[in-house]
Design a protein around this ligand. Sequence first.
Ligand SMILES: [Mg+2]
Length: 171
Amino acid sequence: MRTWLSKLYPCQRIESVYGFDFETAKSKGIKALFFDIDNTLVPHDALADERSRGLMAVLRHKGFSLGLVSNNREPRVKSFAESCGGLEYVFLSGKPKPDGYLRLCERLSVKPDQVLFFGDQLFTDIWGANNAGIESILVEPIDKNTDIPRIRIKRWLEKPILCLYKKGFFL
Ligand SMILES: [Mg+2]
């Protein structure tokens, strides 16, 4: 039985974007990769580091279109995108609304089913990608200690949902 709750479930749950098998995704027809920034690519509010810049360079080289979907403000998102060699981005995306994801699809000329989205939060990232018809992949937050108070509360609310997800309820 599918319920509204399963809209909050990720299609996949992984440890980290670093180490994900992007080759297999490519062989399955994935053309674009969208990412949340904070606690998905780097700790909350951290600058792009060697690891995130390196990953974006590798993925670009593999031929993926790349984009950032963030609820953060433009200066944060723009500077991160520029540090990573100029990624497409949406700031103040209003996740879990699907609009930002779909705008990025249009700009990169891809369909939602050709995209993977990686994020660390259920109520914004995962719900939003699911609403947009994009495959949602939940990552473990890089450093929960960098979360702002609002996000700490949401992590607490996520716990029972992740517990149901783990047990396979309402899948
Ligand atoms: Mg995040």
